[in-house]
Design a protein around this ligand. Structure first.
Ligand code: 2AM
Ligand code: CA
Length: 280
């Protein structure tokens, strides 16, 4: 009898277990490099940084994923040319893959470089364009946020729940400043000028993925940011939805992998937030 060829997959670990393992390993390694002398490279400007640690973290994750799932596709920030056009193109051509891993090896690189402890590793797995696993690991606080489609979102085994605020007035809202200064910056400044007098307060921590995890955990009421990439948002979008929150584009359409201008919230204040941002 002809011997059946086995697929070259090591063990039979679940997608989620592999995602957690990758995020934890990469995050721990990244943390050991905090405060060491970094070789800094600018992407398109002095506010768009990449280090050899971003690249090493992505290599580690990519190798581990391909050991377990060699047939799966992989989209990582460091494998794509800098700039919005290349990122838009990259997700457009990758999104139809059967299984696609979407990875930000360090979200919050500027914070990492400055030793500001608010950065993370973000890993999502999409099946036919829909995120089914999302993991965000913050090595500074040792918090691992994880969600599986239909099974809820958790941190350290505790179920995540969005916050209870019902009005913008009582909301803590985060935003971010991606490095592009022609599209995102003027929009963002107008949005902040409009929102600041109407919310409890505004925060800007410097990691879109961690802001998303914080919305899921009820620590932020909402988050918006312009011109983000798929790897900043994919894992967080599932974690928020599984925690009971809402993620859309700036016009209120449901989240999908190509969204760049994002609005995320506990759901209760979503319409109010969209409305104000629509007037910017
Ligand atoms: P990063 O650290 O992975 O680069 C800060 O507002 C957020 O913007 C961070 O999540 C940061 O992610 C992201 N960001 C940085 N450079 C970007 C770029 N060129 N395009 C889009 N988002 C970017
Ligand atoms: Ca990054």
């Amino acid at each position: 009898m002809k011997e059946e060829k086995l697929p070259s997959v090591v063990g039979s670990k679940s997608f989620t277990a592999v995602a957690i393992n990758c995020a934890a390993k990469a995050g721990e390694w990244v943390k050991t490099k905090l405060g060491t002398t970094l070789q800094l490279n600018q992407k398109v400007s002095a506010s768009d940084l990449v280090t050899e640690i971003d690249k090493g973290s992505e290599r580690l994750i990519r190798n581990l994923i391909s050991t377990h799932f060699p047939q799966h596709s992989f989209l990582g920030e460091e494998g794509v040319e800098p700039g919005a056009d290349a990122s838009t193109q990259a997700i457009a051509s990758a999104k139809d893959a059967e299984y696609l891993w979407i990875v930000d090896p360090i979200d919050g690189t500027t914070n990492f470089v400055h030793g500001f402890p608010f950065f993370c590793v973000s890993i999502a797995l999409a099946y036919k364009g829909e995120v089914i696993v999302g993991v965000i690991y913050d090595p500074s606080s040792d918090e691992l946020f994880v969600a599986e489609k239909g099974k809820g979102a958790y941190v350290h085994g505790k179920r995540l729940e969005i916050s209870k605020e019902m009005k913008l007035q009582e909301s803590l809202i985060a935003t971010g400043f991606p490095p592009d200064q022609s599209y995102a910056l003027p929009l963002n400044l107008r949005a902040i000028a409009r929102l600041a007098p109407q919310v409890r307060n505004i925060r800007s921590g410097g990691s879109a993925a961690l802001h998303m995890a914080y919305v899921a955990a009820g620590r932020l009421t909402g988050f918006f940011e312009y011109n983000l990439n798929s790897w900043d948002l994919a894992a967080g979008s599932l974690i928020i939805q599984e925690a009971g929150g809402k993620v859309t584009d700036i016009e209120g359409h449901s989240y999908h992998l190509e969204v760049r201008d994002v609005v995320a919230s506990n759901g209760h204040i979503h319409q109010e937030l969209l409305q104000e941002l629509g007037r910017v």
